[in-house]
Design a protein around this ligand. Structure first.
Ligand SMILES: NC(=O)c1ccc[n+]([C@@H]2O[C@H](COP(=O)([O-])OP(=O)(O)OC[C@H]3O[C@@H](n4cnc5c(N)ncnc54)[C@H](OP(=O)(O)O)[C@@H]3O)[C@@H](O)[C@H]2O)c1
Length: 307
């Protein structure tokens, strides 16, 4: 099978398509024949060596996948060979490959209304948005939510989920993506190139901070007392947050069967859909990583296996 392997941290040249043996599932795992994968910033961050405290070399790159179960581990009784599934490998890697092993508890049947390529666009962006808004942010109907990088892989799901949940949704994006973000359901879009968001919005109940660093600190200024900022890149500064009486959350998205099932139900019910900016063949996966690394994508870049 083919897999993208990193043997030295660095640029595109360090992510090499190699041949290897198809792995055997452990008792609680399944073997998935991958039909499509998608690119996340995590992939190029790992390749560059930014996450060396969490992963080691050689590293089999790739997180999100959709495909078919080809083999079941001995203890897996709630999935079947031939099931079309999707999931996220996260820091375990192995998603940019013909086959991957996944714990049965970390995958679910893919949304039936989506193709494999569309389904591969969902796991990390969708799980991060869902867990941030509802599990960590406790978003309620009528609340005001600010979503940073609203056009991105996480943000474009978050806008749709928050709007569907009855929130008033404000997103940040460049002017180039303003119509796209409005089309997802945002009530307001702030062009971060011309307006400082903290001058334009206030009384926010929840900030979904997909940018981190100075944006985390500035975001505290727009929150109501009692509000919450949920970060997925860096946590907001705790001292300043305590002074303003707001809650800081920071988390890493988890691939869980029940959340993937909720996402599938939500998508199949017509409440949200992934936006795919590029659909590339596996041989062009480096172009996908390059596009992601520009950090100005719209929705997701997906990669289908084969030509
Ligand atoms: N902790 C976790 O579990 C977790 C999970 C998923 C993602 N993440 C992290 O979260 C971040 C976002 O992920 P993603 O997949 O959404 O990334 P992405 O798809 O690459 O985000 C691209 C988007 O960012 C927007 N953007 C860039 N600079 C901006 C700014 N200053 N203000 C507002 N928008 C800006 C771009 O909009 P324009 O083109 O309009 O500029 C573009 O639409 C990444 O750093 C990723 O590693 C963490």
């Amino acid at each position: 099978m083919k897999a993208v392997v990193v043997r030295q941290w660095g640029g595109a040249e360090q992510a090499v398509i190699e041949e290897s043996d198809v792995p055997q599932p452990g008792a609680d795992e399944v073997l998935v024949r991958i039909r499509a994968t998608s690119i996340n910033p995590l992939d190029w961050k790992i390749r560059e060596g930014y996450l060396q405290q969490y992963v080691s070399l050689p590293f089999s790159l790739g997180s999100d996948f959709a495909g078919d179960i080809e083999q079941l581990g001995d203890d897996v009784h709630d999935l079947q060979v031939g099931d079309a599934v999707y999931g996220m490998k996260g820091l375990a890697g192995g998603g940019f490959a013909d086959y991957t092993l996944a714990k049965a508890s970390m995958i679910a049947r893919k949304p039936s209304t989506l193709s494999y390529t569309e389904a591969a666009a969902v796991p990390m962006g969708g799980l991060s948005a869902w867990q941030a808004l509802f599990e960590h942010g406790h978003l309620k109907r009528g609340q005001r939510v600010l979503i940073h990088a609203a056009a991105g892989g996480v943000g474009h799901f978050a806008v749709q989920f928050a709007k569907d949940a009855g929130a008033y949704v404000i997103g940040t994006a460049s002017a180039n993506n303003a119509d796209f973000v409005r089309g997802l359901g945002a009530d307001e879009v702030i062009d971060y190139n011309t307006v400082a968001f903290e001058d334009a919005v206030s009384d926010i109940d929840l900030v979904l901070d997909t940018l981190g660093f100075e944006v985390s600190a500035r975001s505290l200024m727009v929150l109501k007392p009692g509000g919450t900022i949920v970060g997925i890149v860096t946590p907001a500064p705790m001292d300043a947050a305590a002074e303003r009486q707001v809650t800081v959350k920071y988390f890493g998205a988890e691939s869980r069967r029940d959340d993937l099932e909720k996402l599938a139900q939500h998508i199949d019910g017509g409440h949200a859909k992934p936006h795919i900016s590029h659909d590339l063949p596996f041989g062009q996966i480096h172009d996908g990583l390059h596009l992601s690394q520009q950090q100005h994508g719209r929705g997701k870049v997906v990669v289908h296996m084969g030509d």
